[in-house]
Design a protein around this ligand. Structure first.
Ligand code: NAP
Length: 516
């Protein structure tokens, strides 16, 4: 970087977090300035966290973190493996003895403080998410609020981990049920929600007395490290929260093979989830899995067209189609199909694509080149089998990993677009005639995470939502995730629930005491 540009970065950094830049500024320069400013902030960390110390990898190896919108290197972070993970497990194991002995009220206070710090650094955390993940800043700020809400909710829930007293079968006995923390938890998370997928796990784990080793995706570790820095600033003791990143299979194996780790909680692809499930058998660990989806979004003839278009747009194009609950198949009834396709395409055409820091942009880049190639191959497969691209269908003229928001009609169940998660900004429209047919198509998959229906018929609402084999169903609504409701899938979309009063059950053992 030239001296002049460095000086400019410094001037700009003094304007953060409310940064207003001249429009003549190129996207790349603007993002470099934001990155430079963030690097000077009190939350920026680029080393792993073990036992309260920020450390590099034992052999000095690092890995680059790139900005998907520009390709710029944001930072180098340690490429850690088995040895660092073992150290992190030992720290978490040691810290467990004292953390689990605190009262629930004490743990609650730490979590509350952490929540306050996350919220007071909302702007910087949002910028960090946009920088390393690519989602538009407004969406990133939404993720910070959503992610922090799990820490707030579980700060409160910490105080409500109730046991039970069971009427005894013998007069001289008293039977007590206690809930105790499972122990050290290994939490492995994906890149698409760099903050929220971590807080959804760490919040309940810490609340009930567990300690954690987090492994964020190598693509988006900086948000995780910033959140961990804020946990330290909140006074959460060293070793309670540890972060390692780098060689994913090695880190995974170290967590799986350790008898000190009592639980693995994972969010990511179904393929990796299955490997972890098999690996957890060796030490008979508890397991929670939040895996891939193939969400149907069913628009019935009796739907309100505007509501259906708005809801489908939100369900499909959030994070450029890169969420596990994104509508993957839009099933539209015969009578409304043409009208819906036209209105929906018009709405999709208005989605502004660009770097996440530009005002008005709602579609950022895809996470990497492999993601774009996957989208391209799915669209090609559909075209070769008779589907029609009525909007988009190719890489965006912005280059990098930007892809045009796309609508494909005449999609059929045998096409890849309908069988697997496309994880990109492509909406495939399938046609159906009857309610039974829609339910059959929707359930004809091994996934079962989220589904959406659009109808104004109340009886149909109940009938269809209960017939759908899915963990979450949105009715006339495309955004349904909240910290107060249980989130999780059925079938091969996973095991267990996150968030809500049910989320804490994943981190406790139910212990029974019979007292004479
Ligand atoms: P992924 O490839 O499965 O990666 C998820 C995490 O697992 C990353 O931290 C990754 O590390 C790590 N990993 C990869 N191989 C591993 C191994 N052998 N052992 C241990 N860890 C390993 O998934 P992704 O591409 O990041 O995320 C997209 C997927 O996540 C989609 O299928 C999406 O539906 C799913 N998802 C599900 C939910 C839900 O709540 N159900 C939420 C969000 C996303 P590296 O990145 O460092 O390689």
């Amino acid at each position: 970087m030239t001296v002049a540009r460095l000086a400019l970065c410094k001037i700009l950094s003094s304007h953060l977090p409310r940064l207003h830049l001249p429009s003549a500024f190129s996207s790349a320069s603007r993002q470099m300035s934001i990155a430079a400013a963030l690097k000077n902030s009190s939350i920026f960390r680029s080393q792993g966290l073990i036992g309260g110390n920020w450390i590099g990898s034992h052999d000095g190896k690092t890995i680059q973190v790139n900005n998907p919108a520009t390709g710029e290197i944001i930072a180098d972070v340690p490429f850690m493996g088995r040895q660092e993970t073992s150290d992190a497990i030992s720290s978490a194991y040691q810290a467990f003895h004292s953390w689990s002995k605190l009262t629930a009220a004490e743990r609650s206070k730490y979590l509350r403080k952490w929540y306050d710090l996350l919220m007071s650094h909302k702007e910087e955390l949002g910028q960090l998410i946009t920088l390393e993940q690519g989602k538009p800043l407004k969406e990133a700020l939404g993720e910070v609020g959503y992610g922090a809400s799990f820490i707030e909710f579980f700060a409160e829930e910490a105080k409500r981990v109730y046991g039970d007293i069971i009427p005894a079968t013998l007069n001289d006995r008293r039977l007590f049920v206690l809930k105790q923390p499972v122990g050290v938890v290994g939490a492995i998370t994906p890149w698409n929600f760099p903050l929220a997928m971590i807080t959804r796990k760490v919040g309940p784990a810490l609340a009930c007395g567990c300690t954690v080793v987090v492994k964020p995706s190598e693509l988006t570790p900086l948000t995780a490290l910033a959140a961990a820095e804020l946990a330290l600033q909140a006074g959460i003791p060293p070793g309670v929260l540890n972060v390692v990143m780098g060689n994913a299979p090695e880190i995974g194996d170290a967590l799986l093979s350790s008898s000190q780790v009592r639980k693995i909680t994972f969010t990511g692809s179904t393929a990796v989830g299955k490997k972890l499930m098999a690996g957890a058998a060796g030490t008979v660990k508890r397991l929670s899995l939040e895996l891939g989806g193939n969400a149907p979004c069913i628009v019935f003839d009796d739907a309100d067209l505007d509501v259906a278009v708005k809801g489908t747009l939100a369900a499909k194009f959030r994070n450029s189609g890169q969420t596990c609950v994104c509508a993957n198949r839009v099933l539209v009834q015969d009578g409304i199909y043409e009208k819906f396709a036209e209105a929906f395409s018009k709405a999709v055409q208005n989605l502004q694509v660009g770097d996440g820091f530009t005002e008005g942009v709602v579609q950022g880049p895809l996470i990497n080149e492999a993601a774009v190639q996957k989208v391209e191959s799915f669209v090609q497969d559909a075209i070769s089998k008779g589907a029609k691209v009525i909007l988009g269908g190719k890489r965006h003229s912005l280059g990098m990993t930007f892809y045009e928001p796309t609508v494909v009609t005449d999609v059929r169940s045998e096409m890849l677009l309908a069988r697997e998660e496309v994880f990109g900004p492509v909406a495939p429209l399938l046609r159906f005639k009857t309610e039974d047919e829609a339910i059959h198509i929707a359930n004809d998959t091994n996934a079962g995470l989220a589904a959406y229906i659009f109808t104004n018929n109340v009886q149909r609402t109940w009938r269809v939502s209960e017939a759908l084999e899915y963990g979450l169903v949105g009715v006339n609504e495309g955004i349904i995730s909240t910290e107060v409701a249980p989130f999780g899938g059925v079938k091969q979309s996973g095991l267990g629930r996150e968030g809500s009063k049910y989320g804490i059950d994943e981190y406790v053992e139910v212990i029974f005491d019979a007292v004479n």
